[in-house]
Design a binder for this molecule. Structure first.
Ligand code: ATP
Ligand code: MG
Length: 686
């Protein structure tokens, strides 16, 4: 019987008697043997009485496991599901955690309030929008909607013309968001991250105010509002605050080290009545300060919550001892941390961590690809392998090499390299320079110019095609009639194209990219994209890749083939894929084999972090996060030379983080290229 078991079926009609009925075991799940499935430290935290608690422990020690079992334990004690609030950092982590709870307690898991801070903020705001100046059924804007709304504010204020350099919507959205998440005024953020816009501070602040008004008028909230408006609601409506403070008897937070001040204040407020907030985290894995996370939240938790119990878990279940020793050594250089002593429980592994120096970045990619193939032949599933890196553009050579060799991969760090807008923009110049009949490339380019939209680009295309057909060459474009506000940019545009194809013949592709950047695109990126630095790095990498080709046509065909393969997702049918991921996205996850690539100073730690000791400490934590993702086998790789067209090939110094690791913990690998086979005797020319 699937729905229940009848018991004591009455044989006579007894008016007023009650029938007892028991659900089968499926409803509550198998009984959990907490003591057997947890170690004593975890068990103590899981079964602790209500109260504030901090579980602070190193990577792979079962913090996430502790939280899920804590939920199961509370439910087993009869705590109603809806009075438990479980918060974490990313959607993926939230889904996985709720799934784990459901596996433990199938019936009750659903009533638990669980999710990211943003999703819970949304759920709360839904019932009370009117209290903070919004209406019922407000919409949530994604980043693109947000930028559109800021753009329309700019247009109304006459600030969207590109004749004067005012930050574009994307940059403004970034500034506003950082301001909210760190609680810092715009002035401070401009000083730290956007010095070139400091003179525009007053106007930027005015736009911020107008954007706030526009959101209310449109009854739309952006992502950050889901946090800050929830806090505003609690601060201004005591009855609403009291309602949720009553409801949530137990609040649990994973990855607490990456909360920002807004998130920390939100949970503190929610926990004010019942005083039972359990947070877990690892200060050594705090890696989001660049987005406003504040490591002090976890370090000062016991001070902020008098009487909070602190639990430490000192066993690592994830990694073999060789990998764990490496991780422990990697984080030693940081001064600012809770001292922890992690011990491995797993048996030693036959393969030691490998330290692999390669001659160039291309050889690095070839090494990773070849080793992945061999591991696969040895029986390691592709899903059990990850290639991790500091910045998205570091994955380009690997993407190329994997694509060439047909190794399926999934990419969690962003768009595939060739699908990114800035790569396509710059490629459009090269395409058009080589093929002036390419209408798509032409329109893509001219739409980058101020004052040119779809209609004007259509008209310009007709005129351009005619001018070029008349043999005028690119310089002939100077004579075309363009809108007044586009005139200056148009002139520059025509000159740039002419420079790409001088009389002596087209420049090689690496030089072309350099030229487009210098003459036009670099300035464009500065104003248009918040992530200017990263995109600039991408284009430098692209120029490096292009330098392998003498002919631009050949380079463009390679690009098209690789891009085309990827767009159609050549690997869509494959279930087994190697993960390529930035270190930030790899948080909380684990793989059997991990390749940590580009361990060169200036790449990792990143060049921008080198000036500040606090930033270096954050990079070192990121390094620690990388090593601790690994269960069995790790490869630390770096190239000696970065091939870099137009910018000079750069010698790379091994990462300072490698120098901090005792040599005895790693096995150096000597990698050589195959020797050219000896020519046959008869072929010897003399
Ligand atoms: P991170 O710091 O990377 O987020 P974590 O501390 O949250 O790591 P978990 O992901 O919870 O660690 O656990 C790491 C691995 O160890 C998981 O595979 C988990 O199932 C296993 N593990 C943790 N505790 C135990 C235990 N007591 N017995 C068996 N396995 C365990
Ligand atoms: Mg975890």
């Amino acid at each position: 019987m699937t729905t229940g078991t009848k018991s004591d079926v009455p044989t006579q009609d007894h008016a007023g008697s009650r029938r007892s009925y028991t659900l089968d075991a499926r409803a509550t799940g198998p009984k959990i043997d907490f003591a057997a499935e947890l170690n004593p430290e975890q068990h103590e935290a899981v079964t602790s009485p209500p109260g504030h608690a901090l579980v602070i422990a190193g990577a792979g020690s079962g913090k996430t496991r502790t939280l899920t079992y804590r939920v199961a334990w509370l439910l087993a004690q009869g705590v109603p599901a809806r009075s438990i609030l479980l918060l974490t950092f990313t959607n993926k982590a939230a889904r996985e955690m709720l799934e784990r709870v459901r596996t433990l307690v199938p019936s009750a898991g659903d009533g638990v309030w669980g999710g990211t801070f943003h999703s819970i903020g949304n759920r709360i705001l839904r019932g009370h929008a009117d209290r903070i100046g919004f209406r019922d059924k407000f919409t949530i804007m994604d980043r693109e909607d947000e930028e559109d709304l800021i753009s329309s504010v700019l247009a109304r204020e006459g600030l969207s013309s590109s004749e004067r350099r005012f930050p574009k919507a994307e940059v403004l959205a970034d500034i506003f968001s950082f301001s909210i998440n760190t609680g810092s005024p715009v002035r401070k953020i401009l000083g730290e991250k956007y010095r070139y816009f400091i003179p525009l501070e007053m106007e930027i602040e005015r736009v911020q105010g107008l954007y706030e008004i526009a959101k209310k008028k449109a009854n739309a909230m952006d992502f950050d509002d889901l946090l800050c408006k929830t806090l505003e609601l609690f601060l201004t409506s005591e009855d609403v605050a009291a309602h949720y403070q009553n409801q949530f008897r137990h609040i649990l937070v994973d990855e607490y080290q990456d909360t920002n001040s807004l998130q920390a204040e939100l949970v503190d407020r929610l926990a004010a009545k019942h005083g039972s907030l359990m947070v877990v985290g690892d200060d050594a894995q705090s890696i989001y300060s660049w987005r406003g996370a504040n490591c002090e939240n976890i370090l000062k938790f016991p001070e902020r919550h008098a009487g909070a119990k602190v639990y430490k878990i000192e066993t690592n279940y994830r990694s073999v001892p060789e990998v764990l020793s490496l991780a422990n050594a990697a984080i030693l250089g940081n001064e600012n941390q809770f001292p922890k002593n992690l011990a491995a429980i797993r048996d030693p592994h036959p393969v030691r961590p490998a330290l692999v120096c390669l001659a160039t970045n291309f050889e690095q990619a070839a090494f990773v690809a070849q080793r992945v193939g061999e591991l696969h032949d040895e029986g390691v599933g592709l899903n059990e392998i990850a290639v991790l890196y500091r910045a998205h553009y570091h994955s380009m050579d690997i993407q190329l090499e994997f694509t060439r060799r047909g190794i399926p991969f999934s990419l969690t760090s962003g768009l595939r390299f060739f699908e990114q807008a800035h790569i396509k923009d710059v490629s459009a110049f090269l395409k058009f320079a080589m093929n002036p009949a390419d209408e798509v490339a032409f329109k893509r380019m001219v739409r980058l110019l101020p004052g040119i939209g779809d209609k004007t680009s259509e008209r310009l295309w007709t005129q351009t095609a005619a001018a070029l057909a008349g043999g005028a060459g690119f310089a002939g474009l100077l004579g075309l009639k363009v809108p007044a506000k586009s005139a200056k940019a148009w002139e520059q545009f025509a000159h740039t194209l002419a420079d790409l194809v001088p009389e002596a013949g087209p420049l090689p592709p690496g030089r072309m990219i350099e030229c487009v950047l210098f003459a036009f695109y670099d300035d464009y990126m500065k104003a248009k994209f918040a992530s200017y630095d990263a995109r600039r790095d991408d284009l430098t990498t692209l120029a490096g890749f292009a330098a392998q080709f003498d002919e631009t046509e050949e380079f463009l065909s390679q690009l098209a083939l690789l891009g085309g393969l990827e767009t159609a997702d050549a690997f869509a049918g494959e279930t087994e894929k190697v993960t390529l991921s930035s270190l930030h996205q790899a948080k909380g996850l684990e793989w059997r084999v991990v390749f940590l690539i580009w361990l060169a100073d200036g790449m990792f730690p990143s060049a921008r972090s080198l000036e500040s000791p606090a930033a270096i400490e954050e990079e070192r934590r990121l390094f620690y996060v990388g090593i601790t993702r690994c269960m069995d086998e790790i490869y630390l790789t770096y190239p000696e030379l970065r091939l870099n067209a137009g910018y000079g090939d750069n010698f790379q110094r091994p990462s300072r983080f490698l120098a901090e690791l005792p040599e005895t913990l790693m096995e150096p690998w000597d990698v050589s290229l195959p020797k050219p086979s000896a020519p046959d005797d008869d072929e010897v020319p003399f």
